[in-house]
Design a protein around this ligand. Structure first.
Ligand code: 8OZ
Length: 371
C-alpha cells in the first residue's frame, strides 16, 4: 500500500520496500556485461543513480536460452550473481533500492547466443520481424533475429523453474531488494499473451485464459520464492516492440491484472503506448484507467507504476491523479541525479544514442551531475 501524500518527492512504501520517493529508474539495456557478468563499472553506474526511489535493473537473462543480445547480464551463474552482488552493495551503500528485471527473450534472439547454437524458442514457430544486437569485435551490430522453434508444453515447467530460481538467487545470493518480471516488449511472456505470436492449440494458446497461463505460472512461482511484496511485473498492452500484436488487448490485459490482484504484488508497471515512442497509438487504442480499475476492483493493492515518455509535468499530473510511481527511462541514461534535477527544475542532459548499447564509460558513467 502507499502513503496518502501525492507528490513525486514523497517517500512511499511499496510492498516490502520503503522508497525515498516515487521516481523510478526504468530498466535500460546497456550491453556492458561480457559473458553475462556485470563488471565493476556497472556497479558505479547504478550507484550514481541511487537517489531514485527505486532502481529497476536492465533486463537480465534467467537462463542462457533466455538470452537474446550480446553482453547483457544473467542471473544463472555464480560469477553473474557475484557481479550483481557488487552492484546491490554499491546501491545499498548509497541508501538506494534495486530490483532486478527477470528476462526470457523467447524468439527475440540469435542462434549465436543460444545453447549449442540452437534455435531460439517461442510459443509458435513465427519469426519476429525485429532485430537484436550482436557485438562483433567490439562493434554493436543490429541483426535479424533467428527463426524460432515452438516450445513443447513439456518444456514450460523448466522455464517457470528458471524464473523462480533466478528470483531466489537474486534476492538470497545477490541481495536484490526484489524482482520485476519482464512481461512486456515482445519477449517470451508477452509472446505467449498476444495472439499475433501465439497460435498454439494446447492449454497455453487460444483463449485469453490459456495465453495468460504461462505468465501467471511464472508470477506464482516467483512470489512463492521471494514473496509478493518483493515482486513486480512489467506489462505493455499495445506496444509494437519486437513485432507483437494482439487482436483485442483490453480484455486480455484486464483479465491478466484481475488474476494478479490476489497475489499481493509490490508493483504493476505499465508501459503506455509504444515503448520509447508515442504514448498514443491510433490503430491500437487502450484504456489504461479501465485497466487500473479492473485491478483495484479485483482487490489488487500493488503500487501502480506508469512509464513511457514522462517529463516532470506529466509525472506530477499522473501522481496527482493516482499513479503511485513513475518510471523514467532515457532521462536516466544521461541524468544520474534526475531526482534532484526534477526537484529544482534544472535542465536535463541529452542522452547520446551512439553509446546506448555496448562500450565502456563513455555515455555510461560520465554524464555530469548538477554539483
Ligand atoms: C532495447 C534494446 C534491447 C533490449 C526491452 C530489454 O525493450 C529491452 C531492450 C531494449 O524491454
Amino acid at each position: 500500500m502507499t502513503t496518502s501524500t501525492r507528490t513525486l518527492f514523497d517517500p512511499v512504501t511499496v510492498g516490502e520496500l520503503k522508497l525515498a520517493n516515487r521516481i523510478v529508474m526504468a530498466p535500460l539495456t546497456r550491453n556492458r556485461s561480457p559473458d553475462a557478468v556485470p563488471p565493476p563499472i556497472v556497479a558505479t553506474y547504478y550507484a550514481q543513480r541511487a537517489s531514485a526511489g527505486l532502481l529497476i535493473s536492465e533486463a537480465t537473462a534467467i537462463s542462457q536460452q533466455g538470452q537474446g543480445y550480446s553482453d547483457v547480464p544473467g542471473l544463472y551463474g555464480t560469477e553473474q550473481l557475484d557481479g550483481w552482488k557488487r552492484v546491490t552493495q554499491a546501491v545499498h551503500d548509497k541508501g538506494g533500492k534495486i530490483v532486478v528485471q527477470l528476462w526470457h527473450v523467447g524468439r527475440v534472439s540469435h542462434h549465436d547466443l543460444q545453447p549449442d547454437g540452437g534455435q531460439p524458442v517461442a510459443p509458435s514457430a513465427i519469426t519476429a520481424k525485429t532485430k537484436t544486437v550482436l557485438i562483433r569485435k567490439g562493434v554493436p551490430t543490429f541483426v535479424d533475429t533467428s527463426a524460432p522453434r515452438a516450445l513443447d508444453a513439456q518444456e514450460l515447467p523448466e522455464i517457470v523453474h528458471s524464473f523462480q530460481a533466478a528470483a531466489r538467487n537474486a534476492v538470497e545470493t545477490a541481495s536484490f531488494d526484489g524482482v520485476e518480471i519482464h512481461g512486456a516488449n515482445g519477449y517470451l511472456l508477452d509472446q505467449f499473451l498476444k495472439s499475433g505470436s501465439n497460435q498454439r492449440t494446447d492449454d497455453y494458446g487460444g483463449s485469453i485464459e490459456n495465453r495468460a497461463r504461462l505468465l501467471l505460472e511464472v508470477v506464482r512461482a516467483v512470489t512463492a520464492a521471494v514473496g509478493g511484496g518483493r515482486t513486480g511485473i512489467r506489462l505493455s498492452p499495445v506496444t509494437p516492440a519486437n513485432d507483437v500484436h494482439d487482436a483485442d488487448p483490453q480484455p486480455l490485459f484486464d483479465y491478466v491484472v484481475r488474476q494478479l490482484a490476489p497475489l499481493n504484488l509490490a508493483f504493476i508497471h505499465i508501459i503506455e503506448g509504444a515503448t520509447g515512442g508515442p504514448r498514443e497509438l491510433p490503430d491500437r487504442p487502450f484504456d489504461y484507467a479501465a485497466l487500473k480499475a479492473a485491478y483495484r476492483h479485483a482487490g489488487g493493492k500493488a503500487a501502480w507504476m506508469v512509464n513511457n515518455g514522462y517529463d516532470k509535468a506529466l509525472a506530477e499530473k499522473a501522481v496527482a491523479e493516482g499513479a503511485d510511481l513513475v518510471a523514467f527511462g532515457r532521462p536516466y541514461i544521461a541524468n544520474p541525479d534526475l531526482v534532484e534535477r526534477l526537484r529544482v527544475n534544472a535542465p536535463l542532459n541529452t542522452p547520446d544514442q551512439a553509446t546506448f548499447y555496448g562500450g565502456g564509460a563513455k555515455g555510461y558513467t560520465d554524464y555530469p551531475t548538477l554539483a
